[in-house]
Design a protein around this ligand. Sequence first.
Ligand code: SF4
Ligand code: SF4
Length: 349
Amino acid sequence: MKSLNAQHHILANAHQQVDIIEHGETGDFALVPFQQKLEQSDLYPLKPREIEILQVNIGKMCNQTCRHCHVDAGPDRKEIMTIETMQECMNVLRNNPQLTTVDITGGAPELNPNFRWFVEEIAKLNRHIIVRCNLTIILANKKYYDLPEFYKQYNVEVVSSLPFYTADRTDRQRGNGVFDDSIRALQMLNKAGYGNEGTGLMLNLVYNPAGAFLPPSQQSLEKEYKQALKQKFEIQFNNLYVITNMPISRYLDYLLASSNYEAYMEKLVHAYNPVAAANVMCRSTISVGWDGYLYDCDFNQMLELNVSCKSKHISDFDRKNLNNREIIVGQHCYGCTAGFGSSCGGTVA
Ligand code: SF4
Ligand code: SF4
């Protein structure tokens, strides 16, 4: 499967994508504007609290082409963060001790040739490191077999998507054979101590719905996952993050192609939760694109909605500027505020 970008798909153009999200495919779809909902919750303009997490997307290249990918990542994407931009991130971390966590994402971040260097440098600054590892990368080539030991060495928190604990549902979303490789990779991570009680090595899994529906309760699904993975494969993990599919990029393509877009958006709007809105992740995170540009979150990054302040690029990072900015919101934000809310760390309400 090719990325939308390689297909020259209309949704590969961020401006056209925003237009469709806001007004529907025919241009006459109108729901309550997200901004209005925030106003009613006394949250508009949406302002940051304090930026604690630097989420860095170090490239769009991936060994997989999952159906719902909001990055439109895949083997045909060539955008990769350079070592110079990584060094600029390091400068920002040195000068901003309030950035206690660095969340490294992609694509498959491990495909960036300077990935290990980046992790080692961040570890020297004693920051908590999260890597969003797609699991199959560990088995994609011999040179990645030692990733579990590498992560262990730097006490990296591993966060990995596993859409379900059965092969059919996982493979349908992420590609043939992905489930089996993910299970093997999880067993390798367990062997290195990940997910085992008392080791402190955190292994968190991510669930997202297979279709145009909202996710179930995080607590009950985590129990179900833990039982099934333990019984069938002897796998242990720490937490299950349940996330809502964001109506952007390849998931938006799916919604439009299956004529589910309008009904899905109505579901999200109907499930708007002001408590989730108060806790959206963009209030404590800044997202850095592969080319160093700054965004309120990973989703705004993919929609090319740059931060609304003077600090547009990591080389201009200014804590005061960024803390005083207004977060850019749109109809896609309903994906973060439905039900128990959704973020890179699961539910928020
Ligand atoms: S593994 Fe992640 S980044 Fe890669 S295609 Fe799948 S969802 Fe996108
Ligand atoms: S989509 Fe981004 S900007 Fe909108 S609420 Fe979610 S995290 Fe915040």
